[in-house]
Design a protein around this ligand. Structure first.
Ligand code: BG6
Length: 533
């Protein structure tokens, strides 16, 4: 579907932003969380309503509701902002307000301030109902019309589908039926969908057909929360705002790249979601391939959505799988073990997991990129649950110096130079290089040069969802993957999944370890090792 409303929508956003600027800027200026030396203009949204489907879910409680509060606390919620919860509960507004309050108290990043909470509370509403209940959606439409009247939200609605994917079609269908998906002139309607965007290429395509039957592509915001992380956006700053790295960011200097997302947690209460999905669909298809795209893409002509997405698409299109998937992919499933001093059960003993499940909780793959910059440089991606510790990083490992004019003994333990983007939890960048050990010999050993966010900046990094929710309200899409990226990522993953489906049980690894032996063997085959984290 094309978007006939796009220019009007853009004009509206700008107009609304200008209209909202004074108030929001004043709010921001009066905000104790704002550094007075900060001269940047805050990005502001015009008045709008955020409608949240799935308010009782984990994501809403841990991330979305706290992020809305944090935006409010930073003076970044528009005047009249209203929050509507929709769920299958026999609740009144105050019950939803209580849930939001508890979620904010438990998980917000910024301190609790009564005046901010009061502002949010004024705009809180709840609509009870089943997704299949026409009456409930009619009531939602009426509630929204009333909010427009009383709070001046101008028909601008963002619908956040924080619900299991099987409900996407029915909710989208209801939004279409009630006319809520159609923006009247001068207002906007946006839909936000959470991954997983399908289960494979075919289902991703089908899901998109349903979504685009109700909303134009420009109104669909697909959340990959990794793109909202400061450290992930910083990959672009590092590469494109500096001249230092670009000359060596290619096959002439880079030996290989390792992208790791390790988690120490198990699947917790998410058996229903996770089983049958597994680590590769849960994380590699989206977060890790997005990281790969940002590390490997050419510089976009600008950071507007179409320019950025075009470069990511080009590089995803150039990704090649190894010819032997048995040798260059690995999958594992955590067995019982020890984590943080506690005994933890294995995946097959987790509540709700069938004892014969073949779902992987660890996945590693070797990919290559068939273009001039990267030909022959392997990109190793790994992710897993119940690993030694929680850490996400991108390590660009450089080739050794072509010649070492030192005695062999002096450089015996010298490793390879590396530039490591520490995505989390210890946010920053490390450069590893060889340095002379003080003393009378010319011994050279690895040392690190560190940049840490906490030391260089006064403000702490916003949560990914703060940035992404704000972008939805502003209507700013660069940090949201396009359907083409989603489909290209499934094209990479589908053959791997098909191969794994013929392979029976994944290799067990002990909880608290660094994954299955086959993942180490995969690296050893190339004469390399995974970084020790
Ligand atoms: C989600 C996955 O997308 O990312 C989860 O579904 C995973 O399985 C989570 O735990 C990790 O996010 P973060 O931001 O803690 O790295």
């Amino acid at each position: 579907m094309t978007d006939p409303a796009a220019p009007a929508e853009e004009a509206m956003t700008v107009a609304a932003a200008v209209a909202g600027t004074a108030t929001t800027m004043e709010a921001a200026a009066a905000n104790p969380l704002r550094d007075p030396r900060d001269k940047r203009l805050p990005r502001v949204a015009g008045p709008c309503v955020m409608v949240l489907f799935g308010v009782t879910g984990d994501l809403a409680k841990r991330k979305l509701l706290p992020a809305i509060y944090d935006l409010g606390n930073r003076g970044l919620l528009p005047p009249g902002f209203s929050l509507v919860g929709f769920a299958r509960r026999d609740w009144q507004d105050q019950d939803f307000a209580q849930l939001t309050h508890d979620a904010v108290k438990a998980h917000a990043r910024t301190p609790f301030r009564e005046e901010v909470w009061k502002q949010i509370l004024e705009g809180i509403h709840f609509v009870p109902g089943e997704f299949s209940d026409d009456g409930a959606f009619d009531a939602l439409a009426m509630a929204l019309a009333e909010i427009d009247e009383t709070r001046g939200t101008g028909g601008n609605y963002a619908f956040y589908l924080s619900v299991p994917p099987k409900f996407f079609p029915v909710v989208v269908e209801q939004l279409k039926r009630t006319g809520l998906a159609d923006a009247p002139p001068g207002s906007w309607r946006r839909v936000v969908i959470e991954k997983p965007f399908g289960h494979d290429l075919q289902s991703a395509h089908a899901l998109n057909e349903i979504t685009t039957s109700a909303f134009p592509e420009s109104s669909i915001f697909r959340i990959d929360h990794y793109l909202g992380k400061e450290t992930v956006q910083n990959i672009m700053a590092l590469r494109f705002a500096n001249n230092l790295y670009e000359p060596i960011w290619n096959r002439g200097y880079v030996d290989h790249v390792q992208i790791t997302m390790a988690e120490d947690i198990g699947i917790g209460g998410r058996a229903g979601y996770y089983d049958g999905i597994g680590a590769a669909r849960d994380v590699i298809q989206n977060h890790l391939l997005q990281l790969l795209a940002l590390v490997a893409m050419e510089d976009p002509t600008s950071f507007d959505a179409s320019a950025l997405r075009r470069e990511k698409e080009k590089v995803l299109k150039a990704v090649r799988l190894p010819s032997n998937l048995a040798l260059y992919t690995a999958r594992g499933q955590y067995a019982a073990g020890w984590q943080g001093g506690e005994k933890v059960v294995g995946y097959l003993q987790e509540e709700g997991i069938p004892p014969t499940s073949t779902t992987e909780t660890y996945a590693a793959v070797k990919l290559e990129i068939a273009n001039r910059r990267w030909a022959g440089v392997p990109f190793y991606l790994r992710t897993g649950k119940r690993l030694g510790r929680r850490v996400t990083e991108v390590a660009v490992v450089f080739q050794r110096a072509p010649h070492l004019p030192f005695s062999k003994d002096d450089t015996e333990i010298l490793g390879q130079n590396a530039l490591v983007v520490r995505v989390q939890p210890d946010e920053g960048i490390t450069v590893r290089f060889g340095s002379k050990v003080p003393g009378t010999a010319m011994e050279v050993r690895d040392v690190s040069m560190d940049f840490a966010y906490g030391e260089s900046f006064l403000e702490s990094s916003p949560e990914a969802y703060e940035r992404l929710l704000l972008d939805v309200m502003i209507g700013d899409p660069p940090l949201f993957p396009h359907q083409r990226e989603v489909e290209l990522s499934w094209k990479i993953l589908d053959p791997i999944e098909e191969f794994w489906a013929t392979q029976g049980q994944p290799e067990p690894y002990e909880a608290g370890s660094w994954g299955p032996e086959s993942a180490d063997a995969m690296m050893a085959r190339d004469g390399r090792v995974w970084r020790r984290l």
